[in-house]
Design a protein around this ligand. Sequence first.
Ligand code: ADP
Ligand code: MG
Length: 703
Amino acid sequence: MSPPKIKISPLATPACETEATAALRRPVSSLWGVGSERAAQLARLELFTVGDLLLHRPRRYEDRRHFLAIKELQLGVAATTRGKIVALGLKRYRGGQKSVFEIILDDGTTRLHCRWWNLPFMEKYFAVGDDVFVFGKPISLKPRTIDHPETEVMEGGEDSSIHINCIAPIYPLTEGLPQRWLRSLIWRTLAKYEANIVEPWTELNVAAAFKLRGQTQPEGCGYDAQPTRAKAIHMLHFPQELNDTEVARRRLALDEFIELQLAIQTRRKNLQANARGLPCGGDNRLIKPFLKQLGFGLTTAQTKVLRELRKDMSAGVQPMRRLLQGDVGSGKTVVAACCALMALESGFNVALMAPTEILAEQHYQNFRRWFEPLGVRVELQTGNKKTSNIQSDGTHHASRITLHASLLIGTHALIESGFSIDNLGLVIIDEQHKFGVTQREQLVRKGRYPHLLVMTATPIPRTLGLTLYGDLDVSVIDELPPGRGRIKTFVRAADKLPKVWAFIREKLGEGRQAYVVYPRVEDTGRLGVKAVTLELEKLQKELSPYPVGMVHGRLKVQEKERVMADFRADKIKVLLATSVIEVGVDVSNATVMLIESAEQFGLAQLHQLRGRIGRGAHDSYCILVAAAKTDDAKERLRVLEETIDGFQIAEEDLKLRGPGELLGQQQSGLPRFRFGDLAGDRELIERARNLVAEHLNRSKKFG
Ligand code: ADP
Ligand code: MG
């Protein structure tokens, strides 16, 4: 189940569709010089309309005003140069199976050899006497040689000023499509259609907020002097200065962010247009005894957050829509429990959705222990398991909870169609990043605008949070409960494993438990299962006589639960796991975690895994074993040695790997930005968000 992609329309939103913008939807084949063959090539680049073409983003730029003489080229340094072809030839060898094509350029300073291996057709593109621009890295200076350079043959002609003596855009291409031809096409198209590019957000006061400038060039890339959209698109393709390209990118990114924020915030507004929040503030009748038997006091951060939640849930304006962020172990579950009790005190049912069966089961155990003494029923509904009290209403497909004021815990099964929950006051979603936006909405739709609390332990960098959860208010638990042992993290090369095993045995001897995580082993497919099983045998030998158990994604649910129960009960001392263990599992006596081939995980995911330890009073140890040859990876892992601040780690991960990797593009529901950069454009995202919020507020008042 993948969430709906929020589509970014390239140049216009329906709201400001005019004759001018409609022209940008003409097919590329309507352009002079674009026949069916060229149109097919452009289609391979997903360029179907005039508008698409105008937003084709150059891959890089080449400053052809200041290129190097061939003599000035340096070994191993990528550079642009230019010369005339004085000789060329194709050599075949190995009975014609292999080939090398070579051209020799001269620019008056010296000669340059350019070679292409096994691309005999390159011969077609060059002739002696051609004037060629070359971009590449010399691999030798005697003679000067570049293998597989990017080249462009200069031709005379009227539009040559866009190819030379300027900053030339270098576009992504497809086979058979010449760089120079595409550049000319974009130049001509821009000349013809630039006037059709209108400001898309006239109703949003973008102009006032950013002092748009059409004629004069904005100085620097300050936020307060953005070019108009038309000017930005011009600068994107044909910048006067290299700096212009960044100014242009930011303006176009801003438009993307505004469009996304409009989609997100309008959705929220529509969802709540006529909704009044159900009165779920409670009367403390259940919370008081609950807190008393907990055995610890809430942290300041937990208390603060609870106050925010209570305010949202009290009878009032709109249903709560809140994201609760808190690092692993910060105590979100207890907060969620209090929140559930408020709704229960008020006479409403509560649903809690967890991403995995293990986690649903664990919540079920905890909440039963907490809530049943208070007279609250707790039910479990997963794909594999239903607690007996759930009654069917007799119709063919639907099952219906008719119990009074109970807590229903489950997995995806909760959102299956035909399943409904009476009198639903509050929906809690744990570990939200595992669910898509659609699923969130589906569960909310089970009731009549119930309150929504979304919890995530993945510290989401602020930019992503604003983008992904733009429709949610945010509360943060920014403090860990006191009395936790420290977590020490070590990065080790694989050849240190014997020492690591000795250390783990020592800790087991002291009565602690350990996790061993194997990312290397995919927990899917028959081969994967076999590999985990082999690892299990090895581990049992390594750590005997301590009992070792194993969980992975392919195990039957009952089997998984049995192993987890044994681990919780300290009957199993070591748990071999694939990354299914990642979320939420809470066994405080487990203080050692060994992660093998750690370099294969993202930092944020490793941080999540590490969150399984350090939950009790004993000091904990996380050992990240990286394959010996991966020095870069080892450096990257050092971040985890240095900090346990999940937000810092997430920012680092976002920079290193991008949002798709961090969240799983598939699950995240994030659109693909052409210009926006989630890792770097935080300020732009915030401004877009505010502009849209102000706009929607205004239109609420007046419309
Ligand atoms: P997470 O935020 O990762 O979901 P949990 O809610 O699972 O964290 O809490 C982690 C552990 O800390 C649990 O064993 C929980 O009982 C305990 N805990 C929660 N709040 C406090 C507190 N204020 N003081 C002491 N321990 C707490
Ligand atoms: Mg949790």
